[in-house]
Design a protein. Structure first.
Length: 176
């Protein structure tokens, strides 16, 4: 018999997990303000503040959980995310007991847009808290910041690093 000209079967590709698939223990939160983000099960808005025509801030968390995620939207921002953190945000943070910036404010890109990362420590109700903030512009002087705050001693725990990764991966903003 003559040799077969049939090619060997190619391996079947195993589907990889979707970049939007949520890990166990997280759920999608659809904010009335228009943004969406995955948050830990049981989390909900703890407080919302608004300055009509200018900004809103939503603090997400759960009773008994010392961690929070704050989503802030602003309509009148300058063109440089590093300068916004340094000149507009940091002076207000200095009023907190024990405020200390961790490293430099770092320019980055987030969802294809100009962004900056800022980390700091501050004492809140007797506990040193560490916050990672990512601010990014969405155009026409508008932008968001995401601030992940945990007790400083727990910041690098695997669960907290996973939560930050999930927040950054799943956030989708809208002015609302």
């Amino acid at each position: 018999p003559s040799p077969s000209s049939t090619a060997p079967p190619s391996p079947t590709a195993t589907p990889s997990p979707s970049r939007t698939a949520l890990p166990l223990g997280f759920r999608r939160y659809d904010a009335p303000e228009g943004f969406t983000i995955a948050v830990p099960e049981g989390w909900e808005p703890l407080r919302t503040t608004r300055v009509p025509g200018l900004a809103y801030r939503v603090v997400l968390g759960a009773a008994g959980d010392p961690r929070t995620l704050t989503v802030t939207y602003s309509e009148r921002l300058g063109p440089d995310p590093v300068a916004i953190w340094r000149d507009d945000v940091e002076p207000g943070l200095r009023r907190f007991v024990g405020f200390r910036r961790i490293g430099d404010i770092r320019p980055t890109t987030y969802q294809g847009r100009r962004a900056a990362d800022f980390e700091w420590l501050a004492e809140v109700r007797g506990t040193v808290q560490r916050t990672f903030g990512r601010g990014f512009l969405t155009g026409d002087g508008e932008g968001f910041s995401l601030r992940w705050t945990t007790p400083a001693d727990d910041f690098d725990d695997a669960a907290n690093r996973q939560a930050l990764d999930v927040f950054l991966r799943t956030f989708r903003g809208s002015a609302g």
